[in-house]
Design a protein around this ligand. Structure first.
Ligand code: FES
Ligand SMILES: [Fe+2]
Length: 344
């Protein structure tokens, strides 16, 4: 049954999840055999797994009787079901006492797999995507590729449920109008200028200079410790419709955030943020920038909690895909987002 709340189609999240590609990880986040990342999505848990150097995306359920295989958000673990030991390795299932599966076509047993494709060193998940990945990404593909070749690994993962509807969580991430009120001690200290929005198909890029002169100088000086060939020297946030943002200040680290619709509740969002770090010059530089990465992870977590605290007080039926009646110039991306949601 379809439930409508002021134009909030409960199937919209699932539809968008299936028809678009979603950025799920960077090559250097899962470097070893057995490394995995688990996402909570509107179609259930999806796991990205390093299978001896090949990347596999699958429904986190055993092909035998549906037991969950991975129980944490990330880590390193063999792909073995705890119930009867079915194991996925080197692209196929190894089944204990396989000779006893007589009355069935056991050769057909496999994980339920999803599609994966690369943009540079970023991996994207597709369930039933309507377009090629590059056609979907349009003009942001170039940014994503350039960023990807500068990333060395991951230093933080934070995953939890936002207590609000997914379009509200996303719209909050799409406008800087709230920064002064909601992030006075964190993001607002950068004194970001108005900046420029550019639109690329369903996606967009916001680039805003850092207005605080002292912070800008401090950030600029850190550049000598990095070995990067691409950066925007200010705050940049790229939105990949429908559910993913990637943002950075000066291109030393990137925060990737997925806001996936909840499987069963329209007033919950599966939020995951990961902090990816960029190539540093050498070991000495690594020691110097390590505290910077740690404080970035801490501040990012605070910023997301601040966002969550405001999203929590927005009732689900505050959202509709209709255009906002009162809209500021800083909220133009919300208009774009709603246009796309109306198109489904
Ligand atoms: S349910 Fe997984 S091995 Fe049986
Ligand atoms: Fe915010």
């Amino acid at each position: 049954m379809r439930r409508l709340l002021r134009g909030f189609d409960m199937d919209l999240g699932t539809k968008l999840f299936q028809k678009y590609w979603h950025m799920v990880c960077h090559r250097n986040e899962l470097p070893n055999d057995g490394d995995f990342l688990r996402f909570k999505t509107p179609i259930g848990d999806v796991v990205i797994f390093n299978d001896g150097g090949d990347y596999v995306a699958f429904d986190n359920r055993c092909a035998h009787r549906g037991t969950l295989i991975y129980l944490t958000d990330f880590g390193n673990q063999a792909n073995t079901c705890k119930y009867h030991g079915w194991t996925f390795k080197s692209g196929k299932l190894i089944i204990p006492s396989v000779e006893q599966f007589k009355g069935c076509d056991i050769a057909k047993a496999d994980l339920r797999r999803y599609r994966l494709d690369w943009c540079g060193d970023f991996l994207f998940l597709g369930v039933a995507p309507e377009k090629d990945l590059y056609a979907q990404l349009d003009g942001v593909a170039q940014y994503i590729e350039n960023i990807s070749f500068n990333i060395s690994g991951r230093v933080d993962v934070s995953a939890y449920e936002y207590e609000c509807a997914w379009p509200l969580a996303l719209e909050n991430a799409l406008e800087p109008y709230h920064i002064g009120m909601v992030h006075p001690g964190t993001l607002a200290t950068l004194k970001l200028e108005d900046g420029v929005n550019t639109f690329h198909g369903a996606n967009s890029v916001w680039q805003a200079p850092v207005g605080d002169v002292r912070i800008k100088k401090q950030l600029g000086r850190l550049g000598s410790f990095f070995n990067i060939d691409y950066a925007y020297e200010g705050y940049m946030s790229i939105f990949m419709f429908p559910f993913t943002m990637i943002s950075s200040t000066f291109g030393y680290s990137y925060s990737v955030q997925n806001f996936f619709p909840h499987k069963t509740r329209n007033d919950r969002t599966n939020f995951m943020s990961r902090l990816l770090t960029c190539n540093v010059k050498d070991e000495h530089a690594q020691k110097i920038v390590q505290p910077f990465f740690e404080s970035s992870a801490k501040v990012n977590r605070m910023v997301f909690e601040e966002d969550h605290s405001i999203c929590k007080i927005m009732p689900t039926d505050s959202w509709s895909s209709e255009p906002l009646e009162f809209i500021s110039e800083q909220e133009v991306k919300i208009a774009h987002f709603r246009d796309l949601c109306r198109a489904g």
